[in-house]
Design a protein around this ligand. Sequence first.
Ligand code: SF4
Length: 210
Amino acid sequence: MVDRLDREMPEAQIALEFQDDVQLLVSVILSAQSTDARVNMVSPALFARFPDAVAYAAAQPDELWTYIRTLGLFRAKAKSIVGAMRAIVAEHGGRVPRDRVALEALPGVGRKTAGVVLIHLGAGEAFPVDTHVGRVARRLGFTRERDPDRVEERLTRLLPRESWGRGHQLLVWHGRRVCTARNPGCERCVLADLCPRIAVESRRSLREPG
Ligand code: SF4
C-alpha cells in the first residue's frame, strides 16, 4: 500500500517551510490545530524577527503574539516556543537536540512533534500519528485504536523501520487529498481494491438516501 501511495504521490513532502532546525521545530509547534498553509503565511515575519534560538530565548511569550495571533492556541504556542528555546540554549548549545528523549523533555514538545522533527532532521525514524494518519490507518484496517500512541505502535510493527517516515508522510497526504474525513474519494483511490473501508460505507449509506 505504501509503495502504491509513493508511486501515486512522489511529491508528498512536509508542507511546512523552514530553513534550519530551529525553524523546523517552531513550525511544527505552530502547526498544531492549524493548517501548514496558515503557518507558512506567518512564519517568514516571525523567522525574520527571531533568527535563532537565542533570540526566542531572550523574548517574552507575548512578544511572539503579534506574529502568530491568526493561528489557534497562539498564546500556548508562544509559551511553548519560548520555553523550548530557553531549554535549547541552556542545555543544547542553541541547537535542536536530535534524540527523542531530549526532544520530548522540551516544554510544549510531545511525541508527535518530536517524531515529525526527528524525521525531517534525518535524525531517526518515527511514525508520528496525526488526525489524518489515524483515520486512514483505521479505515484501511491497520488498527482499531484511537489513541495516537497505540496507533503508532501498531504501524511501526507493520512497516519496516526504514519506511516509517515515508509512510507517515504518505498517509498524511492521502488523508488530506483523497481519504478525507467527511467525504473519502474511494472511487479514485489507488488502494480501493485492498481497502476494507472500515466505518466508511456505513457513513455513506447514512448520508446518501437510496
Ligand atoms: S478506499 Fe476509501 S476508505 Fe479506503 S483508503 Fe481509499 S479513500 Fe480511504
